[in-house]
Design a protein around this ligand. Sequence first.
Ligand code: UD1
Ligand code: UDP
Length: 371
Amino acid sequence: MNVCSVVGARPQFVKAAVVSRELREVGEEVLVHTGQHYDEELSDVFFDELEIPEPEYNLGVESDTHGRQTAAMIAELEPILEETQPDVLLLYGDTNSTLAGAVIGSKRDVAVAHVEAGLRSYNREMPEEINRILTDHASDVCFAPSKAAVENLADEGITDGVYWTGDVMYDMILEARTRAHDRSGILDDLDLTPGEFVLATVHRASNTDDRSNLESILKGLASSPLPVVFPAHPRTIARLEEYELWNRATDELELVEPQGYLDFVRLLDAAERVATDSGGVQKEAFFLETPCVTLRKETEWTETVECGWNELVGPDEGQIREALDRERGTHSTPQPYGDGVASLRIVGLLQQAFDDDSSPDVEPLPNNLTD
Ligand code: UD1
Ligand code: UDP
């Protein structure tokens, strides 16, 4: 089996790390980095810490408008597919790198497989929602992290090639939690005591590219009874400067660089709670049992809200203040995102579908809900 995997942004490095490791045990992988994220702390640090193999291709596309960025990736991916002739193109999540892969894979008649398929926020103003919908509809195989994701796909008529595999970020966090605890010195470096700080991240277009939303989030975070550690995405830093909110942010919050994965997981594990608009961080908070305040009005990870670990507040100063002030209650801990072996299952299913001798080394645990 010859798999071409496409990654480009921070959360995709985390997701691909576990799958790539399993994949290379049983087949061949050509790893393509689109270059969507290129800063050392958004890219290289993940390859080093998570021991992701050096990409065979780096397209070096970097930042641009959605159209130009996605088009450049498509143009660069096409000759790689011609050259490498993969059995399957493996895509992750919902970024422009994902969409570019879906477009060119389906146009070039390469089988497309999508990890983290079926998620929906039902907010089409999010660029990620458009990327998810288009990618799922262009995919031959959809690996869904939750039952709800399988149902979302079925609602859109996508039932063939859909598998409930569990979530690959859960696989990763299970091993990262202990490694982070043993190896990370971030709490000492930032002089933090477990349970006595709030962690915050903000990078969504709707929050960063709208001055009043960003200001409202800053005010809400600043009202926290505990100190707030804020590893800021470069996009957010650029907007804080542009909107002249930089001084307020640095006066009232502990603004730090984007963190490497292990330091970030350590912070998330030790935080009293987290305030974020990230998809991955909402989920990781749930896995680590850190209560989450989500700075959005809707989420794809609905199970985290239903079981009480996550609260949706949007970019609303008052609601953020109230949510950060509230006592943390006791919550149930169901496991809607599988059993920590999603990556094994995904690779087993790929083997079944694309290996000629079709004798997977790992048990595929078929759980296609639509069978
Ligand atoms: C992208 C994804 C988003 C994902 C996020 C993960 C899309 C449409 N968005 O958002 O779904 O949640 O990654 O972090 O694909 N920049 C740098 N250095 C970098 C990368 C970006 O400075 O290495 C700055 C540039 O000013 C750039 C801006 O960040 O214009 C936005 O980068 P981009 O990749 O377009 O989107 P993200 O906000 O990172
Ligand atoms: N992350 C990290 N350092 C940070 C912020 C996030 O390592 O400073 C990790 C986080 O643990 C998660 C992933 O990056 O695995 C989430 O990426 P992001 O929030 O950028 O994107 P999203 O998940 O919203 O697409």
